[in-house]
Every structure is written in C-alpha cells, then in structure tokens.
Design a protein around this ligand. Structure first.
Ligand code: IVH
Length: 723
C-alpha cells in the first residue's frame, strides 16, 4: 500500500481502493456461496475479509458504501422460484474463532442488559449446523409456506421441496394463527456418502460436501428429485408468531422454545444446554466440540444465545445480525501441504479425474497423500498449480479435497494447470485421444478398449449391487486384463511365456477357468498356500457361473450404461422384462419409463447403438447369461400377501436379514420400499436401535411391526433357537 509521506499511515487512495476491492471480493464470494453453492474460499478466509472491511469502515465511515456487503445478509433469491418476503427478517449471526471475542460478546450483553459483575446472563448453547437455513410457516397448524433465507428480506418459495423432507411436519397440533419456525436443512454424512457413491457409479461428477449437496437439492425444480436426496432439518428459531395465546407457542425463552418445538414433533438438536454465565457456556462449547463426532451431520461451531426473549429484544440487532447471539466457529479439519503433482485417474466411463499427489500430511486421524481435485474447471477456478502450498480439508466421511491455495507461498515460475497439456491430449492409461463435450466439466477418453476403463467396467460388473460376484478383487482384475509374462522354471531361465489378457470385456469372465486364473495370479504361492489359492479360483469360477441366473436389473446395472444406477436399472428391468426388449426400445419408449428422463433415454440408446456393446451382449447370451429374469414385483404381480401393494420403510437392525435382503424380500412380496416415512407409508419395520424413524412413525400413527411379524408375514419359518 502507498503510505502518507508525513505519518507513515496508508494514504487515503490506498485505503479506499482496498475497501472497494474487499467489497468486490466479498460480493463475488457471497454469490458463489449462496447462489451457485460453489464456494471458492474457506469460511475463515471469507470471515477475515469481512472483518477487515468492517474495521476499515469503522475507521472511515465516510468511505463506506451504502450497500456494502457488511450490511447485507447472504445472497439474493434465485431464479426459477417464486419470491417471498419474510414477515420477520431472517438475519445472520456474528461469528468468531476466538475465546477472547466470545468473552467480549458476553461483556457487551451484560452492559446492554445492565447485569453487574457478580451476576451472570443465562445462555443457551446449541450446535451450529452447517446446512442451508429455511423458514416454515404454519397457519392454524398447517404448513402453508417454506422459504429460503435469500438476502434476509426476500427468499425463494420452496414449499413443494420442503414438503418432501422427512422431518418437516405437514401439520402440527399447535393451532396458532401464524407460527413461523426457522432452522436448517442439511444432509446426513451417510446420505451424502451414498449419494456420491451413486454418482461415482454412474460416472457423474462428485459433490464437494454435504452443504453444497443440500443447497443443490433444495434448488431442484422437480420436488421428486429433492425427495430422493433424503434431506433432514433441525429447527431452532421463531419467526413471526401471531395468535399464539393459549397454544403453548408464546414461550418467552429460547430453552422453552426448543422444548416447545420438540413437543410439536419438530426435530431439534439433541445436544443443547442452558448455561449460567459465559464460563459455563464456554465449557459446553468445548464439550460440543469433543462430541461432534456423535452427530450424523456436520456442524461448524456452536451458537451462544441469550436465553430470555425479553432480554433479546432489549439488546436489538445491527443491520445484519442480532446482538443477543454469537456463533463460535470450530476450525475445520484442515491442513496445509505441498502439491507435488496432479495425476489423472481414468474411471470406467472414461472420465478423467485429476488427483492431487501431496506431500503426506496428518489430518483428522490419518495421513493424507492424495486428495480429489474434482475436475479441470475447479482447478482453474481456484487456480491450483503444481508446487503450490494448498489447504486440504476433510469433513466427516468425505474424501479429502483441496479447498484452496496459499497464493503468497507460490514458487516463481509456476504455470496455471492445463489438463490437456499435462497429458499431451492423450489418455494416461491407453494413450488414446481425450475429448471434452461442450459445456461438460469432465474430459474423457472415448476408447472402449482403454485398459483403465476395462478394469473399471469389470469391477463394476462384479460389484455387490450389480452381478455380485465375490472374489474378484482389484489386483486380480488387473492381472486378468493385462498381458502377463510367465518366467519359465529351471534350465530355461530367461525364456518367458507371454500370456495374453484373459479378460477383454465383461463377457470373457464367463469363459475363465481356474487354471487361467491361477496362471495369471500375481505373486503365486507354493504348497499349501497354492492349494488354498486354487480352491479360491474354483470358488470364483463357481460364483461367476452362478451369476448367469441373476435377475435382469443386476445385468443392466452391471453393463455400466452411463447415468444408469441401481434404481434406474430396476425400473428398466421391470418396464421391459428382457434385455432384448430394452435394446429394441426407442428413445420415446425409454423416456416413458418411471424416473427415466431424456438424458438417461439418450444414454441407453447410444450405449446399445455401439457395435462393440452389442457384441458383448451377444457373447453374454452365448455364455448362457439370463436376459429375462424379472421377478415380478409391485401391484401388477397379482400376489396377495400382507405386504402386497404397500409402502414399507425399514429402520434399525434386523437379526435375520441384512437391509438388502429385507428390501428384496419386500419387493418380492409386492411392496414398495421407501427411505422416508410419510403419510402414505403403510408399515414401518423396526429392528434393533430404530431411532428417529420409529419416533416419527409413532407420531404419524403409522403401523410399526417388529422383526417377528415381518418374518411371519413373509412366510419365513421361525429359526430354531440355539441354547
Ligand atoms: S440462530 C437471528 N441457531 O448459521 C439469527 N443459526 O451464520 C438466527 N445456523 O443464518 C440464527 N445453526 O442459517 C441459529 N443453532 C443455530 C444455527 C444457526 C446454524 C445458521 C443459520 C444462520 C447462520 C449464520
């Protein structure tokens, strides 16, 4: 910064320029965070910029812009949804990473309320959920509107989407004229992991974290898509309250409000404390940090709120945030390390995923040497370069990701990353050309024979949710799909016999013999170990042979048609009844199937249009793989059992069935298996440790059956009791 000649302070021009720059950057990052759900920088970096700007504005109020980001909350409402004005603004929270600032907050509160040194303020400490805030409006007990925060004054009407969220009651007992309940929508870490696994399986790009996944899911224009994302909510704050006398909703403290919400059937945070004074609150903040692993969702801090609502009102608010609450943020599980190289991983659909090869660094209990970089656009956006010191983050079960760069530590002479240049425009696995579809983030290798794709396809074909062939691990797949050199023994040292790959497509699996497998097994053993290996090879061949009789949906899923995951494979199998009928179907016939849209229809049609794929199908037919095994499920089947035509939800652990078996058995019995409980649910099957779903079922009055009844209704005999 240029300085003032006389006193060494930064000159006016430089300060003003810095303020404009900070404003611009904060606006850009606010939009990325709220509108695009694609943040480029960490929360800490954002907060630091905001603090710096606020400091400068305090020192020079005359230079502050009237619409400065320090005076605004969040983003604006987005296109595609009706806009709703909030009756009571949805504000943000001030936040801090320091104990000192938290104590300064307490001092301000005490001063504002006139609480003397010997006395303490009552606070409530709650988790700060890392999700997307929403407001639910009930009129005389019925949910009439759900909205996002938007810019704090106007948000999006997301009622149809919110209605699909399991924790959002459609109606409540409280008959207040108007009752607005505010809280956070979020995605459980387990749900997020499953969603990304599904996306990986169908060759789609991965979502960065549960928060982004939540924001994206709430912004779907089709509520059916939101429903599939299995979002959750936690409620914590009141909005507008009118005509609440005598309804129990006119409570006057945060603690009572949370109890009231729980009583009305709203999910509220289980970990919450009412504390006397900031010392006790600080202890609870520490406890929450230690126990955050118990929670199935991400939190990024604790919120400390003055408990008494009359005191809250007296304290008032700034333009952006109330003075009665403060968020204390935990530092995320982050580490800094050097990016040594960017390599490319080729998936089964040919998508090239850039992977960060890192100087190994300890993070959240493990040593991280690799992290995902998602795709080239992401690398460019964050301007990540080889040689950079990068910040990596691991949240919950999520794969570690590179979230940013320490630009100040960049070595001289580094260049922006260019994927095509880095690999010479060739696939690193097969040397074939790579291409990028218009508008797509991913580069892909279109060579069907690419060994990396082949390995991916074989592993996918054999995977548990496809043909379910046990015993075909990564190392063996590698050995079976590449040329092997067998060194001759004894006198013929130096002579090698070359074995061609045994498997060139998924159909070749059916021609494998135990001897083929043995000849190619890496690190072949001797003696007893060798006999054990041979036994395993025999078992594998038997498993491969047994898979010929699999149901059609497994085969369709196993073929690895882009965009066709397990669920769609089931729908397609049910709709067409045989692989031949599916292959013969035109785009319209495909698009008419439940859940199949234009993209999937195109994907299926172009898959079977490829000569090579049709050849593989014919080889599978010749090998005796069943093409038409569809066990009729659902109301068309004409079955009669108690589950026939019913919507059933499974929860908790069953003793005799795995989740998958139980689901299959229900579908066999003509039921639809659903993930969330709603008004249309007929039965909930509750096993051991059934948690919130059981509570929900009871609340909604849905019939709950135990495992014994479940087995009985399925017609399974009681298992003999062992002493
Ligand atoms: S109270 C008047 N309580 O954090 C402010 N907010 O960074 C009402 N958040 O906009 C918010 N957990 O979306 C409150 N237990 C909690 C929260 C929470 C998460 C979110 C909320 C807010 C943002 C501020």
């Amino acid at each position: 910064m240029e300085t003032n000649e006389h006193n060494g302070a930064p000159a006016e021009g430089a300060v003003r320029e810095r303020m404009r720059r900070l404003e611009g950057e904060l606006r850009r990052h606010t939009e990325l965070y709220y509108q695009k759900a694609a943040p480029e920088i960490s929360d800490q970096a954002f907060d630091a910029m905001m603090r710096e700007l606020r400091g400068l504005e305090e020192a020079h109020p005359e230079w502050a812009s009237p619409d400065s980001p320090t005076k605004r909350v969040g983003g604006a409402a987005s296109e595609g949804f009706a806009h709703v004005e909030h009756a009571v603004p949805m504000m943000s929270l001030d936040n801090t990473y320091s104990e000192g600032e938290l104590r300064a907050f307490d001092a301000r509160v005490r001063k504002g309320l006139g609480v003397g040194d010997g006395d303490a303020v009552e606070y409530v400490v709650e988790p700060k959920i890392d999700g997307v805030s929403l407001s639910l409006r009930y009129e005389r007990g019925r949910l009439v509107l759900a909205s996002t925060r938007g810019d704090g004054k106007t948000g999006d009407d997301i009622t149809a989407n919110a209605r699909t969220i399991a924790g959002v009651p459609q109606s409540i007992a409280c008959a207040a004229e108007v009752l607005e309940v505010r809280g956070e929508a979020y995605m459980d870490n387990a749900v997020f992991a499953a969603l990304n696994a599904e996306r990986a399986a169908s060759g789609e790009t991965l979502l960065a974290n549960p928060r982004n996944a939540t924001a994206g899911s709430l912004k779907q224009l089709d509520p059916a898509v939101t429903a599939k994302r299995r979002l959750s909510v936690l409620l914590y704050a009141p909005g507008e309250r009118r005509g609440t006398e005598g309804t129990g909703a006119d409570v006057q403290s945060q603690w009572e409000w949370l109890e009231f919400l729980a009583g009305q059937g709203f999910p509220v945070a289980a970990l919450r404390w009412r504390c006397r004074g900031i010392d006790e609150a600080w202890e609870r903040i520490g406890e929450l940090d230690r126990r955050r692993g118990e929670l199935p969702y991400d939190i990024d801090g604790a919120v400390v709120k003055v408990d008494d609502y009359a005191a809250q009102r007296r304290l008032g608010a700034t333009a952006k945030a109330p003075r009665h609450s403060m968020a204390y943020k935990y530092s995320a599980e982050r580490a800094r390390t050097v990016l040594k190289a960017i390599t490319l991983q080729v998936g089964r659909t040919g998508v090239l995923t850039p992977v960060a090869e890192l100087e190994p660094v300890p993070l959240a209990g493990s040593v991280i040497a690799r992290a995902t970089l998602h795709n080239e656009d992401e690398i460019r956006r964050k301007d990540i370069r080889v040689g950079d010191t990068v910040v990596i983050e691991k949240a919950g079960e999520v794969i570690p990701a590179v979230v940013g760069v320490e630009a100040g530590l960049r070595p001289a002479g580094s260049v922006p990353y260019d994927l095509a240049a880095a690999c010479g425009g060739r696939c690193p696995a097969c040397g074939g050309p790579i291409a990028r579809d218009d508008g797509a983030a991913a580069w892909r290798c279109d060579n069907m024979e690419c060994p990396a794709q082949l390995r991916g396809r074989i592993e996918h074909f054999a995977s548990r949710k496809a043909m379910d062939i046990e015993g075909l691990g990564t190392a063996l797949v590698e050995a079976l799909t590449t040329e092997q050199r067998e060194e001759a023994d004894g006198l013929l040292v130096g002579f090698a016999q070359v074995l061609p790959p045994a498997v060139r497509d998924v159909a070749d699996l059916y021609a494998l013999t135990p001897t083929d497998i043995e000849a190619r097994r890496p690190n072949r053993a001797e003696g007893a170990a060798k006999r054990a290996e041979f036994k395993m090879a025999n078992k594998l061949c038997a498993a491969i042979a047994a898979s010929k009789g699999n149901e059609l949906w497994r085969l369709i899923h196993g073929l690895g048609i882009p965009n066709v995951g397990e669920g769609l494979a089931r729908s397609l199998a049910e709709a067409f009844g045989s692989l031949d009928a599916l292959m013969a179907a035109d785009r319209d016939a495909l698009a008419a199937v439940r859940d199949v849209g234009g993209i999937v229809a195109d994907s299926v049609a172009s898959f079977f249009a490829l000569e090579k794929n049709r050849e593989v199908v014919e080889k599978l037919r010749a090998a005796g793989v069943a093409f038409d095994r569809v066990e009729r499920r659902g109301p068309a089947a004409g079955g009669e059992g108690p589950f026939f035509g019913k919507r059933v939800v499974l929860t908790g652990t069953l003793e005799r069935y795995t989740r998958e078996e139980a689901g299959d058995r229900l579908r066999d019995a003509g039921a639809t298996v659903a993930g969330t409980i709603g008004k249309t649910t007929d039965y909930v099957v509750a096993g051991r440790d059934a948690g919130s779903k059981l509570e929900k079922a009871q609340k909604l009055g849905v019939a709950v059956i135990n495992e014994a009844t479940f087995a009985e209704w399925l017609g399974d005999k009681e298992e003999p009791q062992h002493e």
